[in-house]
Design a protein around this ligand. Sequence first.
Ligand code: COA
Length: 293
Amino acid sequence: MAPSPYVAPVASSTAVFRDDIFKGKVLFCTGGGSGIGKGMTETVMRHGASAVIIGRNLERLTAASQELSQKTGEVCIPAQADVRKPESLRDAVKKAIERFGRIDFVICGAAGNFLAPISGLSENAFRTVIEIDTIGTYNTVKATLPHIRASKGSYIHISATLHYQGTPYQAHVSSAKAAVDALSRVIAMEEGPHGVRSNVLAPGYTMGTEGLSKLYPKGKNPNDDEKMARPLGRYTEIQDVANATVFLFSDAALYITGQIIPIDGSVVGSSLVPYPQAVLDPASVQKMLKGKL
Ligand code: COA
């Protein structure tokens, strides 16, 4: 595919939304210590919210929360928890309530991924990703729901676009994220009458994330890959997902719930097969699987 004559710019959400729209609000974000979750948290904080970021690695979380507080001038605290362990999540919620007294927004962002063909995917490997992505989302919703009902708050679940087609070597993640999409729709139906909204953001291949570094050989940029479609001239940036987050949590989206919004510049809708080079090139897959077959 010839390079696009147009490359979409990446807007700053503060250029679009007032910077105090989330003043007094509190965000609870699993997977907030790095990648997309961290970027979403930073952008929500830039609009006035305080935040609690949740993850397994306390050192990484503490560094991230200090960085986020410093960059935004708002308060961010770390809470160590494994989303697979409901008790540890309940403790994180307790910490959030003790510190801030409320939770308004929840991002279910904790996820795990690796490339593996179904023939080489052990029961434990499949279960591990289902436990982190799907059951972790369920656990997060269960632990936070009373507080989200109290604040008439909102959930955003981070899904993916892998399962809107068949993506090789992603049976585990595709299954897990399909369940996340389904869960969010049911939450929207059941909790709407309590004033709670639930939506899904499905990022495409997102630059600068651990997920992409697993799908794409080091040192190569998918934006230079001619085999892959990108109608808007580039792949997803974390800021694209963060901007959609601000919109969905804001009063501009008070009538939007139960929706799944791909943030991928229509890559999944394109006629070219949007598999990264690593997936298209068997030699590179073999290298990345490192004997896991
Ligand atoms: N191919 C095949 N199986 C793999 C694998 C790979 N590349 N990586 C892990 N597994 C298997 C393990 O072998 C194990 O199965 P087994 O007991 O049958 O051998 C199972 O998955 C669990 O792995 P383990 O490392 O013990 O689990 P963990 O809980 O410590 O970590 C992940 C699992 C998925 C979280 C880990 O791969 C990880 O840290 N990923 C980084 C997070 C990430 O990718 N984020 C981006 C999300 S898009």
